[in-house]
Design a binder for this molecule. Structure first.
Ligand code: PEP
Length: 249
């Protein structure tokens, strides 16, 4: 399975910077074609840029995704963006349940499951994020917390074709801290066992790691069993740093 090297730009970049970034990635991928045997890129951009960026999208090279979608199909939901709209502008994926949505917008597992179902209905893959806080890890509750988030946020109809899991320990996001390869491996193995038991095709479902991944730690993290790629925030804001992560794959 190719590693999925996914950027989560969050609320960053101008339109010109966003265009420049994706053109640069395509050029880099042309210059290092071997990289595409091992990795593919996904750019999860602010929604206002998706339409313009999806013109650069190439299956197996670089595709475009949203950072969130509505639980609703359509209607009077001011400011929301539906999964159908994301598909309409060429997105292949959408992130749901990112810890920043869980924390700043109070999103709960059932809402996140509804967003994932909305993505499925529209032929978009849901990247469903789970991960424990530092307090939970220190209290040795990390597996229990991740198990609950996973079983409640990943819908029954999830398959390897419509779902990607992203394990993102909240204490590692934007902090420069990462779990040791042993701890990351333990959690990814735990998630693999859970999804294999509960979801059809769970043995082939991608599990990304997210949380301060960069070109210094990516080699070790990406070679950990059951780490099938990365969801990258900070290091995705510089095209050379982001491409360097992919080179580690
Ligand atoms: C993220 O927010 O998904 C993330 C992984 O951020 P960072 O790489 O900056 O920790």
């Amino acid at each position: 399975m190719k590693k999925l090297i996914a950027a989560n730009w969050k609320m960053n970049f101008t339109m010109a910077e966003a265009r420049e970034f994706v053109s640069h990635i395509l050029q880099d991928a042309k210059n290092y074609p071997d990289i595409l045997d091992k990795a593919e890129f996904l750019i999860c951009a602010p929604s206002v840029y998706l339409s313009a960026l999806s013109k650069f999208s190439k299956e197996g090279v670089m595709t475009i995704g949203g950072q969130d979608c509505s639980f609703h199909g359509k209607g009077a939901y001011t400011g929301e963006i539906s999964a159908e709209m994301l598909r309409d502008v060429g997105c292949t994926h959408v992130i749901v349940g990112h810890s920043e949505r869980r924390e700043y917008h109070g999103e709960q597992n059932d809402l996140i499951a509804g967003k994932a179902q909305s993505a499925y209905k529209n032929g978009i893959k849901a990247i469903i994020c789970v991960g424990e806080s530092l307090k939970e890890r220190d209290a040795h509750l990390h597996k229990e917390v991740v198990k609950r988030q996973l079983l409640e946020s990943v819908p029954k109809e999830a398959t390897a074709e419509n779902t990607v899991i992203s394990y993102e320990p909240v204490w590692a996001i934007g902090t420069g801290k990462t779990p040791s390869p042993k701890d990351a491996g333990e959690m990814h193995n735990f998630i693999r066992a859970l999804i294999t038991k509960h979801y059809s095709g769970g043995e082939n479902m991608r599990i990304l790691y997210g949380g301060s991944m960069n070109s210094e730690n990516a080699k070790e993290l990406l070679s950990t069993p059951n780490v099938d790629g990365g969801l990258i925030g900070g290091a995705s804001l510089n095209v050379d740093k982001f491409f360097a992560v992919a080179k580690c794959a």
